[in-house]
Ligand binder design. Structure first.
Ligand code: FE2
Ligand code: FE2
Length: 256
């Protein structure tokens, strides 16, 4: 149930919300003309590699919209306030990537050539519990972080690098939210629920491995190996999984 005038006392989420409000920015803050240092082959490769990220930003919008009502009606209005600002961030990322395709003059990869990106989307959308949602959103934020980080490193003085760096600042706030929310809620979850989170992680990674192998050609054009990308993402995710207490001891990848 929602209340007309809830107390709004949870400072951690309120601070994150204020930060999210203060850090809003628009596409007019990006110089979309900075494309001259990107070769035609790199532009085309970028168009392909960014494709799952482009869909992922829309998946993130859907994820935030699905979890917000659960959190608000569940009695956490401060967290719901924050999620509303996060929804705007994801909408901006989606809009910006649409701009970026026009600026680069390239097209995303045809959907049928990347069926795993739809499988990933569908696997995330299966979730109905807010903790599962936030955990899935966290993995997707880490996926986005590693992609944008790689773009920023490879194309520092171009529109791609600048846009990626701005986007990474938003993604850092999203991770801070997941951290606080999951730390708060995981103790209320039974062992079976926690085990299901690890099943979700493994399912998503299995899909991402296939996605990576499909993108091998364009990734190699960008001097990026799908294996290195997945390994980095796995290590990043493992750090979180341990920090959140989902596994006790060092764990090796169960994907193969
Ligand atoms: Fe995003
Ligand atoms: Fe995000």
């Amino acid at each position: 149930m929602i209340q007309v005038d809830p107390a709004l006392t949870d400072d951690e989420f309120l601070r994150l919300f204020e930060k999210g409000v203060g850090a809003q920015w628009g596409s007019d803050q990006i110089d979309w003309g900075l494309v001259e240092n990107i070769s035609p082959a790199q532009k085309s490769a970028l168009g392909h590699v960014i494709t799952p990220v482009f869909l992922g930003e829309q998946t993130a919008m859907l994820g935030v919209s699905a979890v917000l009502p659960m959190v608000l009606t569940g009695g956490y209005p401060e967290a719901a306030l924050y999620l509303a600002s996060m929804g705007l961030d994801e909408a901006r990322h989606f809009r910006n990537l649409s701009h970026l395709y026009r600026a680069l003059g390239v097209e995303p990869l045809a959907s049928r050539r990347l069926p795993e990106m739809w499988r990933y989307h569908a696997r995330l959308m299966q979730k109905h519990d807010p903790i599962q949602w936030v955990f899935g959103i966290l993995i997707s934020d880490l996926f986005a972080k590693n992609f944008y980080g790689g773009f920023a490193e490879r194309f520092p003085d171009t529109v791609v690098g600048r846009l990626s760096r701005r986007t990474l600042q938003d993604e850092a706030r999203h991770q801070a939210f997941s951290d606080r929310y999951l730390n708060r809620m995981l103790p209320t979850m039974d062992p079976a629920g926690k085990a299901e989170l690890l099943v979700l992680r493994d399912d998503l990674f299995r899909i991402m491995e296939k996605l990576g192998s499909r993108l091998r050609g364009p990734m190699e054009t960008l001097e990026w190996s799908p294996e290195a990308f997945i390994e980095e993402l796995w290590n990043d995710t493992e750090k979180w999984v341990k920090r959140l207490g989902l596994v006790e001891s060092p764990q090796t990848s169960s994907i193969s």
